[in-house]
Design a protein around this ligand. Structure first.
Ligand code: LMR
Length: 330
C-alpha cells in the first residue's frame, strides 16, 4: 500500500515540477531591429543592451538583436512594432514624420553647433517631452542614442551651395531633408539606407549626407570621391517601443530592462564620440575620398541657403520648440 502511495506522490511531484518548469521556461523575447552595422554607435548600444539584460534577467528576458536591416528596414519597422512583430527599434529621428511632426525639429539644418548642444536639448524638459510625442499612436520613446553630425558626400567637390545644383542626393524619408536639398537646387530622393551603397556605386545618384560612422561602416567613401566636412545636420536615434508591449511587461522586469537600456545608451554615446573622430581618420587614411574643409565664408553660404527651411516647417514643429533647441547652443 505504501508503495502505491509513494508512486502517486512521485507522479504528483514530477507533474508539479513539470508545470513549474514550463512556467519558468518561457522567457520574454525582445526583438531589437536596426539598420546599421554592429560596429557602429547604435549597433554597439543594441548589443550592450542584449548583454546587460542577459546578465541581469537571466532566462526571464532574452534580447535578440537584428542589425543591418536583416529583420526590418526603417520604412516598415514602426508598423511592424504596432503589430507586435518587433519590440524595440531605434530609427534615426528623421524617420518618424508619419507619427509625429515634432521630431522633424532634429532635421533643421545648422540647428546644433555640436553634439554637446544636441545632448543638452535632448536632456532638457522640452527634449524629454518629445519622447512622448507619439503616445497617441501607441509608440513610446525610451531615450536618444547619438550618432553624430552629417557630412555631404558627392561625385564632385562641393565647396559652395551652387556646386550641388542639379545633383541627385539620397535622403532619409524626411520632408525637411527634401526641402533642404531643394533649397540647394538639388534633387532629393528618399531611399532606404540598405540601398545607398549600390545607388552610389552604380551612379544612379550623385551624393548623400551622413555621419562619419555611417560613411565608413557602409563603405560610401569607397564610391564617393569627395566628402565636404559640413556638419550641417544631425543623425541621432530615438529608441522606440510599443506602449502595449512596454506596459505589458511585469512590474519587476520593466525597471531592470529600462536601466539596462539607459546604460547601453550611455555606452553607445561614448562609442559615437570616438567613432566620429576615428572613422573620419580612417577615411582620410584610406585616401579613397578627398575631405573638403570649408572656409568660414563658404560655410556661411551653406547656412544662408539652407536656413530658410526653418521657416517652412515652423508651423508644423512649433516656434517655441525651435527656440528651445537653438538655445541649447549657448
Ligand atoms: C540613414 O538612413 O542614413 C540612417 O538613418 C541610418 C542609421 O540608422 O544611421
Amino acid at each position: 500500500m505504501f508503495g502505491k502511495v509513494s508512486k502517486i506522490l512521485a507522479v504528483t511531484a514530477v507533474s508539479t515540477m513539470l508545470a513549474v518548469g514550463t512556467a519558468v521556461a518561457a522567457p520574454i523575447v525582445i526583438k531589437f531591429s536596426h539598420v546599421v552595422a554592429e560596429n557602429t554607435p547604435k549597433g554597439q548600444a543594441a548589443n550592450k543592451f542584449r548583454d546587460l539584460v542577459a546578465e541581469r534577467l537571466g532566462d526571464k528576458v532574452v534580447v535578440e538583436v537584428f542589425p543591418s536591416s536583416q529583420l526590418f528596414g526603417d520604412d516598415a519597422v514602426l508598423e511592424a512594432m504596432l503589430l507586435g512583430d518587433v519590440q524595440i527599434a531605434a530609427p534615426s529621428l528623421s524617420k518618424f514624420s508619419r507619427y509625429t511632426k515634432s521630431l522633424q525639429i532634429f532635421d533643421l539644418p545648422f540647428l546644433f553647433k555640436d553634439m554637446a548642444a544636441a545632448e543638452k536639448f535632448q536632456q532638457s524638459d522640452a527634449g524629454q517631452k518629445l519622447l512622448n510625442s507619439m503616445a497617441s499612436k501607441g509608440l513610446l520613446g525610451l531615450g536618444y542614442i547619438h550618432n553624430g553630425l552629417k557630412q555631404l558626400s558627392a561625385s564632385k567637390p562641393l565647396k559652395v551651395p551652387a556646386d550641388a545644383k542639379g545633383l541627385k542626393f539620397r535622403i532619409q524619408a524626411s520632408d525637411v531633408l527634401a526641402a533642404q536639398f531643394q533649397a540647394l537646387g538639388a534633387v532629393p530622393l528618399k531611399k532606404p539606407f540598405s540601398e545607398v551603397f549600390t545607388l552610389l556605386q552604380t551612379k544612379a545618384i550623385d551624393g548623400q549626407e551622413n555621419t562619419w560612422s555611417n560613411i565608413y561602416s557602409q563603405k560610401f567613401f569607397e564610391v564617393q570621391p569627395y566628402i565636404t566636412e559640413s556638419n550641417h545636420g544631425l543623425i541621432d536615434y530615438l529608441v522606440v517601443t510599443s506602449a502595449e508591449f512596454w506596459n505589458g511587461l511585469p512590474d519587476d522586469i520593466r525597471p531592470v530592462v529600462k536601466k539596462s537600456l539607459d546604460e547601453a545608451i550611455a555606452f553607445g554615446n561614448t562609442v559615437a564620440a570616438q567613432k566620429a573622430e576615428g572613422d573620419k581618420q580612417r577615411i582620410i587614411d584610406s585616401k579613397r575620398s578627398e575631405i573638403i574643409q570649408l572656409t568660414p565664408e563658404e560655410r556661411a553660404q551653406w547656412v544662408e541657403t539652407m536656413k530658410p527651411v526653418w521657416k517652412e516647417f515652423e508651423a508644423e514643429i512649433g516656434k517655441e520648440l525651435i527656440d528651445a533647441a537653438y538655445a541649447a547652443n549657448n
